[in-house]
Ligand binder design. Structure first.
Ligand SMILES: [Zn+2]
Length: 116
């Protein structure tokens, strides 16, 4: 009886996609998504085809969640940063003496807001 086909979970070094590949004697493999030829540098698991495909799905999902999370995080940081800038700007305005020439103030104000 032939042994069951073994699969490996690999990750493309180019597009970072996880994928299941049948175990071969060759040390090279080709990415299913972008076609990048590469060597087996690291396997993320092995087992039957069904096991590996499940694992691949999980890893890709996890990877998507992580990148989405960091994206959302950077957006939060950005809006937080903007809010702080607004506060800084209003504080800066209050510090200005009201006797100052309003035209100069306007021009400076434009300079501050144009560097977004
Ligand atoms: Zn790829």
């Amino acid at each position: 009886m032939a042994p069951p086909q073994r699969f490996r979970v690999l990750r493309c070094c180019s597009c970072r996609l996880f994928q299941a590949h049948q175990e071969k004697k060759s040390l090279k493999w080709t990415c299913k998504a972008c076609g990048e030829k590469q060597s087996f540098l690291r396997t993320y698991g092995d087992g039957s085809g069904a096991d590996c495909r499940r694992h691949v799905q999980k890893l890709n999902l996890l990877q998507g969640q992580i990148s989405e999370m960091s994206l959302r995080h950077s957006n939060i940081l950005k809006s937080e940063h903007r809010r702080q800038r607004e506060e800084l700007k209003s504080n800066w305005r209050e510090e200005r003496s009201p006797t100052r020439n309003s035209r100069t103030l306007k021009r400076e104000d434009r300079l501050v807001s144009s560097d977004c």
